[in-house]
Design a protein around this ligand. Structure first.
Ligand SMILES: Cc1cc2nc3c(=O)[nH]c(=O)nc-3n(C[C@H](O)[C@H](O)[C@H](O)COP(=O)(O)OP(=O)(O)OC[C@H]3O[C@@H](n4cnc5c(N)ncnc54)[C@H](O)[C@@H]3O)c2cc1C
Ligand code: SF4
Ligand code: SF4
Ligand code: SF4
Length: 403
């Protein structure tokens, strides 16, 4: 049986990523998920029902981790279609892969917001709904019921593409228990997830300030005032009138808290999946620093890093060749450009105090104290510079932020 988790212990919680594989596999329904004070869910075992079958332990991705062969190279690529590229977090490879699956009458699973802006894994089988899955949402997605649904489609011989965090992909594969030729798994290089509860705290604080209801939120908006891949936008509804607000990651307490890795799940700071050996068929990411290698490329339009980890993944990528511009690099370059390919996110020194204050303070006060940087003015001035000057400054003062 899986270890019982103490919801008040960071150490104990670090061993669970909340994928729900254990809950999904339990044959007697002995496992239920419970939320801790930070808003992350963890399994609780009802010992009175448990029959000691050990299935929950067998499917747990923090106990059983099986990876594919290491990718031989990393691709820097992006969709040739400017609309697809602009609508994606990075280069739009996810949408191209998904379109191919849908064209083959398949189903794509990914993360989408529902009407309450709760992030859930959903399945899509048509191009009209595909947009809901596109783009990164920097919140833990709820996989409740998803693994069983994936299995149902696979048993009906439908092609399935499942996209998720590496730990979710691993949990799904363990849950399925055997390989399926018509399942394509896609993960991303992942530095961690904040909780839905924290996102809702931010949302409610914003609603209070604006006196309106937030009806949509987008991370990775590229067409803001500063042409940068980490813009955001949200729409407010006030008495039926919609108004859009746009900004940059550093002026948004939730986005900035995520980027600075302050508000992530405990397990993300000791993640087992930050390695070049991947659990999925294809790994997607941002190709940070690509402009140091290919100066003609504009990273802020979105450039994906793609690792191909299996023959199935290779086959899927080969089908996209006509639709992408692509350049090959060694895995050493990929590791240099993306630290979560070699080590998990560093645990912030004051995380315990930060989470205590989150529980005891109004969100804006907490954010002001722990997230919003005193260097805000520097960020503002930096991003007011033209991009060419920004690059020179970035080279001179490495570490100021993200170009
Ligand atoms: C929580 C999180 C952390 C990440 N950390 C890094 C990082 O440290 N370094 C890096 O280079 N890249 C990271 N990425 C990946 C990056 O943001 C892009 O998703 C990736 O480059 C693919 O871009 P794309 O344009 O091909 O696809 P996109 O249009 O971005 O599609 C992304 C796919 O991921 C799914 N997805 C979105 N949000 C979630 C979520 N919360 N949980 C599960 N699935 C989701 C979507 O449904 C879609 O299928 C992270 C992504 C997420 C969601
Ligand atoms: S050991 Fe078996 S019955 Fe008990 S909680 Fe785990 S899966 Fe359920
Ligand atoms: S990591 Fe997943 S399978 Fe393991 S205990 Fe946590 S929720 Fe269950
Ligand atoms: S950092 Fe690791 S544990 Fe956290 S969501 Fe990503 S894959 Fe899962």
């Amino acid at each position: 049986m899986i270890e019982l988790i103490d919801l008040s212990s960071f150490e104990s919680k670090s061993k669970c990523c909340g994928c729900r594989a254990c809950e999904s596999i339990c044959p007697v329904g002995a496992i239920s998920m419970h939320e801790d004070m930070e808003g992350f869910v963890y399994p609780h075992v009802n010992m009175q029902i448990c029959i000691d079958c050990d299935l929950c332990e067998k499917v747990c991705p923090f106990i059983n981790l099986e990876t594919n062969q290491q990718s031989k190279y990393a691709e820097a690529c992006y969709s040739k279609d400017a609309v697809i590229r602009n609508n994606a977090s990075s280069g739009g490879v996810f949408e191209l892969l998904a379109r191919d699956i849908i064209a083959d009458n398949g189903v794509v699973f990914g993360a989408a917001f529902d009407k309450q802006l709760t992030l859930k894994h959903m399945d899509v089988d048509n191009l009209l709904d595909l947009n809901k899955l596109c783009k990164s949402k920097y919140i833990q997605s709820d996989t409740n019921g998803t693994f069983a649904k994936v299995k149902e489609f696979l048993l009906e011989d439908k092609k399935v593409m499942f996209v998720g965090t590496p730990c979710q992909v691993s949990g799904l594969k363990n849950y399925l228990g055997k390989p399926f030729d018509h399942l394509l798994t896609v993960d991303f290089i992942c530095h961690g997830v904040p909780s839905d509860k924290m996102f809702k705290s931010y949302k409610e604080a914003e609603e209070k300030i604006r006196g309106a209801k937030m009806v949509s939120f987008s991370f990775r908006v590229k067409d803001g005032k500063v042409k940068h891949i980490n813009g955001y936008s949200y729409t407010m509804n006030k008495d039926g009138k919609l108004k859009e607000y746009k900004g940059m990651f550093f002026d948004n307490p939730f986005y900035f808290g995520f980027k600075k890795s302050l508000i992530l799940r405990s397990s993300c700071y000791s993640c087992l999946y930050c390695t070049p050996e991947r659990v999925s068929d294809i790994t997607l990411a941002d190709f940070w620093g690509i402009e140091d290698y290919l100066s003609h490329i504009d990273f802020n339009k979105g450039v994906s890093m793609v690792l191909v980890n299996s023959n199935k993944g290779q086959f899927a990528m080969n089908k996209l060749r006509e639709s992408i511009d692509s350049y090959q690099f060694g895995i050493d370059v990929a590791i240099k450009c993306n630290h979560c390919l070699s080590s998990p996110t560093e645990l912030p020194k004051n995380r315990e105090k930060l989470m205590q204050d989150y529980q005891n303070m109004p969100f804006n006060e907490f954010a002001k104290r722990h997230i919003m940087s005193k260097k805000m003015m520097i960020y503002k001035l930096y991003y007011a510079l033209p991009i060419t000057i920004r690059k020179i400054v970035m080279k001179k003062f490495k570490g100021i932020g993200y170009v």
